[in-house]
Structure formats: C-alpha cells, structure tokens
Design a protein around this ligand. Structure first.
Ligand code: FAD
Ligand code: NAI
Length: 475
C-alpha cells in the first residue's frame, strides 16, 4: 500500500528542505526524500550546501583565517605567542561537527513541522490518478504517491573530460574539504568561487597554491574595478593565479599530479603539485531520478526545464535550485523553494532574480548585487558611480583591515540603485543593506540620508552612496 502525500519533495538541500517546511507550514501533508548518507550510514540532510559546500567551506575558511591572524597579525596588536601550529585533523573534525549540527538541525525542523522524511533515493515510477508514484530505495524501500512533486536534486562537480576525481590526488569540492595534511604544493583548475575559497584556505595554512584559469579575465562576472582590487590583494597574499591557460594532459601518481598546459603566451608549461582541486563549475544532477518514466523534460546541459515559476513540462511537477537554470546558490534555491510552496497553496510566490546577492568568502570578501559597470555600459544605461575606500573608514582602521571599497552604481536620471559592489572586510554582511535597498527600489540618496552607526563598516556604504552625488564627508 503506497503512502499518500499532498507534496513529495525529492532532495533535502536548501531548495528541497526549505520547500518542504514552507509547504508544511501552509497545511500540506509533505514527504521529503534524501539520499545523502553520513559515515555511519545515517541520513545527512542539507545537501551539497551542508555536507560539502557552503557550511564546511566556511568552517575551514574561519579556521584558516584564525591561523593567518595568529601567525601574521597578532604581533601588530602586541600579542605574542609561541610557535603557532595547525593541527589539520582537529580543524577537519571541527568542520565535521559544524556539518553534523546543521544535519541534525534540519531533522529537528522536519519533526517540528511534521514533514515525513524518507532516507533513500527517490525516483519517478509513473503518473497515477491525481498525482505521481515515487519509489524510495534506501534502508527500507517505500512507494509514495504525491499529488504534486518538487524536484530539488541539486548538482555535482564537473570533471575535466577524461580526468575522474579520485578524491586523493584529484579533488572535487568534496575532497578539497577533507585534505588530511597541508600539501606543500596545491594546484587549482578554475579561478571561480570554489577555486578562490578553497585555494585561500590551503594557502593560509602554508601551501604554495597555483590557480590555472581558462579565461583571460579574472572573475569576469564581477565588476571590473572590484575584481582588479581583489586580484591585487590575492597577489599580495601569494595566491598565484594564471589566466588564459589551456589545460592539457593530467597525470596522477603516488608522487602527486602533473598538469600540462599552454600559458597565455602559447608556451607549453607543466605544473607539478601534491594535490589538484578541479573547480570548473557544476552540473545539474538527475542521477537515479528516472525522469524518462514520466516524460520530465531536461535541457542539453541536463538541467530540468522550468518556466519563471519553476513549473516543469508536467502538471503538478516543479523543480528548484541547482537542478534548474539560474545561479547555483543556496539562497536562490531556498527562495525558489518557498515560492513554489506558496504557489501550490494558491499564493503569489516571488523570486526577484535582479536582487540575488553573490558573495565570495575570501579575504578580502567580495560581494555584489545588481548590475556591474561593464554590464551597464554594454546595455547603454546612463549611470552615476560612487565609491568609498575602507582605508578612510575608522572601523576598518581599528580592525586592521582597510583593503577594498564599497561602490554604488545608480541611474543617472532617477538615482535608483542599479548595483552595489563591495570588496573588503565583512562584505558578506554589508551587502544585505544593498539588497534591501534595491528590493525597495531605493535611490542612492535614500542610503546617503540614513543614519549609520559610528564607527562601523556600514558607514563606508553610506559614504559610497554620498559619493554618487560627489559629496563624501570623510574622503
Ligand atoms: P543540493 O544542495 O545539491 O541538494 C540536493 C540533495 O538532493 C542532495 O542531498 C542529494 O543527495 C539529494 N538527491 C539528489 N538526487 C536524489 C534522489 N534521486 N533521491 C533522493 N535524494 C536525492 N552557495 C551559496 O549560496 N553560498 C556559499 O557559500 C556556497 N558555498 C559553496 C561551496 C562549495 C564548495 C560548493 C560545492 C557549493 C557552494 N554553494 C554555495 C552552492 C550551494 O551549495 C548550492 O547552490 C546549493 O546546495 C543548491 O541547493 P539544492 O537544494 O538545489 O541542491
Ligand atoms: P565557477 O563557475 O564559479 O568557476 C569555474 C571557473 O573555472 C571559471 O572561472 C571558468 O572560466 C573556469 N574554467 C572552466 N573550465 C575550465 C577549464 N577547462 N580550464 C580552466 N578553467 C576553466 O565554478 P566553481 O568554482 O566550480 O563553483 C561552482 C558553483 O558553486 C559556483 O558557480 C557557485 O554557484 C557555487 N559556489 C558558491 C559559493 C559562494 O556563494 N560563496 C562558493 C562556492 C561555490
């Protein structure tokens, strides 16, 4: 006898688990199926984000940043220590604990919201009267029927053609978060978000890191001025980034990995490293979902085809998060999950793709929302720009971190904020004000007229807004 639900959610990453909770809050009977298994064979809810993505990477970034402060910056504050050492096993153990707290937290939230959880792999079986039959293969096999289905099966790391991840020498994000000892030399292919974050972790701990990037520009999606400022900071830290390379043969042996490549000048080079992280983007994941059984449409990249409301080609089947178009970000997945649950309940779910913030958690952090200066130029939009350096911000000086700036782009005629770009301390937190402002269609003057606490980094935001009108007070 199959178990009946109003909604079956396949995948308990940020897209799926949030959709399940919101649907339950709205009075639906909800099941959520997730296959992720911890090292004891139990469930590990939270998907890529919690297990091998956002959360563990930030835990390691924090540990490595403490290490760098202790070894390089404590002395400026008059603090002396003995020889500072890093016990990598403890750092990884702490990261695993942080992950587990998040796994357990989601299980608790499911209980609290009466979401029925099934640990196993979910797959479409067939359409049935008033819904879809879904099989769960796991600790116990189950057959479920849902009136509606939300697919939130996420993404997997993209491998270089013919170069499989062995997670010992050639690492995806998974292996990059598990390295057992600081490698002397680390290669990274791809200077995107993962490459820069994971490269920073292991550089801070003492690895000699070289990042090989295929494109000729550094962080092409980031505002050019901000990317340039970030690159200067990374160069100073000794994070080597080579742009415009073409990767050739990769050989892995007990001794390490050798990467043959052609550099930007067209010359043949070889990089020999102890470990290699390949972070060249991610691919949507529908492994084991059996979309053919119901005729669920995928595109040529393997993503589930959805419209602006996350509806697939099948009535009552929705898809959210990394498995569909759009940026592969946890908060984008969550917003889509909430919006779909609300649409199912007859409400007007809302996701504003123009105000999704991006953050790269390096040091300095890079964060932005809205359009870049190069995009506005390409689109022929008339704009005003204003920026303010952290060098002139009292709190940043007190913190001892004056790298970077806040930059505003506003419409030349209406002063509406079109983009905000930050490189510098706590950019990840500062960007929230810009997101709120843009969501409410604020002008730069609106921010300039708001009282910001002193001394705070957020005063740099206010001053950058003032700079749009060429009237900064502290620079
Ligand atoms: P996922 O989180 O991938 O979850 C999908 C879940 O579905 C998984 O648990 C999977 O096991 C399960 N599943 C798949 N198929 C089935 C099936 N057939 N049956 C049952 N279960 C199934 N984003 C940010 O916004 N901020 C960050 O700081 C950030 N850092 C990141 C760092 C790294 C190293 C990586 C790799 C990613 C990072 N991301 C970050 C991206 C973020 O992790 C993803 O955008 C997010 O996890 C997508 O959520 P999702 O719910 O769509 O999919
Ligand atoms: P990415 O798309 O950010 O960067 C991939 C980089 O690899 C690009 O610069 C690309 O030009 C380069 N590249 C691709 N093929 C190449 C090749 N053959 N040779 C050399 N370079 C090549 O992808 P990444 O870093 O793998 O991360 C995947 C996604 O995960 C991100 O796009 C983001 O959505 C998410 N993520 C988000 C984080 C955050 O929000 N802080 C942190 C980490 C990941």
């Amino acid at each position: 006898m199959s178990k009946q639900f109003d909604v079956i959610v396949i995948g308990a990453g940020p897209g799926g688990y949030i959709a399940a909770i919101r649907a339950a809050q709205l009075g639906m009977q909800v099941a959520c199926i997730d296959a992720w298994t911890n090292d004891k064979g139990g469930p590990a809810l939270g998907g890529t984000c919690t297990n091998v993505g956002c959360i563990p990477s930030k835990a390691l970034l924090q540990s490595s940043e403490h290490f760098e402060h202790a070894t390089k910056h404590f002395a400026e504050h008059g603090i002396s220590t003995g020889k500072v050492t890093m016990d990598v096993a403890t750092m990884i153990g702490r990261k695993d604990q942080v992950v587990k707290q998040n796994n357990d937290g989601i299980l608790y939230l499911f209980k609290k919201n009466k979401v029925s959880f099934f640990h196993g792999r979910g797959s479409f079986v067939k359409p049935v009267e008033g819904g879809y039959e879904i099989a769960v293969k796991g600790a116990a096999d189950e057959t479920l029927v849902g009136k509606q289905v939300i697919v939130a099966t996420g993404s997997n790391a993209r491998a270089l053609p013919g170069v499989d991840f062995d997670e010992v020498n050639i690492l995806s994000n998974d292996g990059a978060l598990q390295i057992g000892a600081v490698p002397k030399t680390l290669g990274v292919i791809g200077s995107g978000v993962i490459g820069l974050e994971m490269g920073s972790v292991w550089r801070r701990l003492g690895a000699d890191v070289t990042v090989l990037e295929g494109l000729p520009t550094f962080l092409g999606a980031v505002d050019e001025q901000i990317a340039k400022e970030a690159k200067k900071a990374f160069d100073k830290q000794g994070l080597k980034v080579e742009l415009g390379v073409k990767i050739g043969e990769i050989k892995s042996s007990k001794k390490g990995v050798s990467v043959a490549y052609t550099d930007a000048k067209g010359e043949a080079q070889t990089l020999a490293v102890d470990k290699l992280i390949v972070s060249i983007g991610r691919v949507p994941n529908t492994v084991g979902l059996n979309p053919e059984a119901v005729g669920l449409q995928l595109d040529e990249r393997g993503a589930i085809v959805v419209d602006a409301d996350c509806k697939t080609n099948l009535p009552g089947v929705w898809a959210v998060g990394d498995v569909v178009r759009g940026p592969m970000l946890a908060h984008k997945a969550e917003e889509e999950g909430v919006a779909v649950a609300e649409r199912m309940a007859g409400q007007h779910g809302h996701v504003n793709f123009n105000t999704i913030p991006w953050v790269i958690y390096t040091s300095p952090e890079i964060a932005w929302v809205g359009r870049t200066e190069q995009q506005l130029k390409e689109q022929g939009v008339k704009y005003k720009a204003g920026s303010f350096p952290f060098l002139a911000n009292g709190r940043a000086r007190a913190l001892g971190d004056t790298t970077g700036m806040v930059k505003f782009l506003a419409d030349a005629a209406t002063d509406e904020i079109l983009g905000v770009h930050i490189v510098g301390p706590m950019a990840s937190e500062l960007i929230a004000e810009a997101v709120v402002a843009m969501e409410f269609k604020a002008s730069a003057e609106d921010i300039a007229r708001i009282c910001h606490a002193h001394p705070s980094l957020s005063e740099a935001t206010k001053e950058a807004a003032l700079a749009v009108d060429k009237r900064t007070l502290n620079f």
